[in-house]
Ligand binder design. Structure first.
Ligand SMILES: [Fe+2]
Length: 330
């Protein structure tokens, strides 16, 4: 039994959201809630852009893709693909000086600042929207409730406050067990074996974030989080933005190095308050690791080209050798 467990009040920053308070909340609990943060007019515009984004999810627009499957039917906007003029409210909310200041502290630059925006639409089926987990790829998320979620059964987002340390311990144990040359290959079966969905039993109790429309929730994806129960007959609409460390999203074929923010996952900032800098010890370490992996992959490529060349020469020599062998036999 955990006494004095953190509550929704503890992770709530009221009064317009002072940046220092938000940062303090994120450092301690991994999440910060700003109730009713978005003004009503702006929220109306955001809702209209949610509609626009969702309506375009099957149009083949390279900046907007459908993220689907059996469970979800969401739309994802790639903000790096020149969409600023089409979604001005999304731009204003997810990319401004305050967001940049916070991202600079928590994630550090270079980063993909809210490069992905998800318009999520969930339809109730008398079950949870998503079970508790930490994300495989570390990032900072900004989530806006487009409608009131003031009671259980309406699919509120929620977290186990302060659970980042346990997530990192599990992540690193898994990483250290399978890494080769100090890195893990992204998108492989091994990568998907990451135990990010097995809920430890020593976490602080789940806090369901019941909040009015226009509320903003910021969270570090190492905090165990989930989408709670959504009753049949209910719907949930949310806008969610993702900020990843680095200059591009990690995808299949990429490597996740040990000496990177994907491995550190914001821990240093939480413990010391010192942010990531390209010129800090961590920044230079990350850069050095990137160069080392690039060199290793170039060496591997040269080696495989060498093998291909040798095979080609062998094939070229094969026929003359057979002809000579026949002539000799005669
Ligand atoms: Fe997640």
């Amino acid at each position: 039994m955990i006494t004095n467990a953190p509550t929704l009040d503890d992770i709530t920053v009221s009064g317009g959201g002072d940046l220092r308070e938000i940062a303090a909340c994120l450092r301690k609990y991994g999440a910060a809630v700003l109730p009713g943060y978005i003004e009503p007019d702006q929220l109306t515009r955001l809702s209209a852009e949610w509609d626009k984004l969702r309506a375009a999810r099957n149009d083949g627009n390279p900046a907007i893709r459908r993220v689907g499957g059996d469970v979800a039917d969401y739309a994802a906007l790639d903000r790096t693909a020149g969409t600023k003029a089409d979604f001005p409210a999304i731009e204003a909310v997810f990319d401004n000086d305050r967001v940049r200041s916070l991202v600079r502290e928590v994630v550090g630059f270079p980063c993909m600042l809210n490069s992905e925006i998800y318009a999520t639409y969930d339809v109730g089926a008398d079950r949870a929207i998503a079970d508790a987990h930490f994300d495989k790829t570390w990032n900072l998320k900004f989530m806006v409730y487009l409608e009131d979620i003031m009671e259980s059964g309406k699919g509120a987002f929620g977290v186990h406050p302060g659970s980042m340390g346990e997530a990192r311990r599990r992540f690193r144990e898994w990483f250290d067990g399978i890494c080769r040359d100090g890195a893990v290959d992204v998108g492989t079966d091994e990568f998907y074996s990451m135990p990010n969905e097995r809920l430890p039993n020593n976490l602080a109790p789940f806090v369901e974030i019941l909040a009015p429309r226009g509320s903003l929730i910021i969270f570090n994806t190492d905090v165990y989080h989930s989408g709670s129960y959504l009753n049949a007959g209910c719907e949930r609409r949310i806008l969610r933005a993702h900020t990843y460390p680095g200059e591009r999203l990690l995808g299949i074929g990429d490597k996740m190095p040990r000496n990177s923010r994907h491995y550190e996952r914001g821990e240093k900032w939480e413990k010391t308050g010192k942010g990531f800098s390209r010129f800090s010890k961590e920044g230079l370490g990350e850069w050095g690791e990137k160069m080392r992996l690039r060199r290793l992959s170039a060496q591997a490529s040269i080696k495989s080209k060498g093998v291909a060349l040798m095979n080609f020469i062998r094939r070229c020599l094969y026929i003359p050798r057979r002809v000579v062998a026949r002539l000799v036999r005669r």
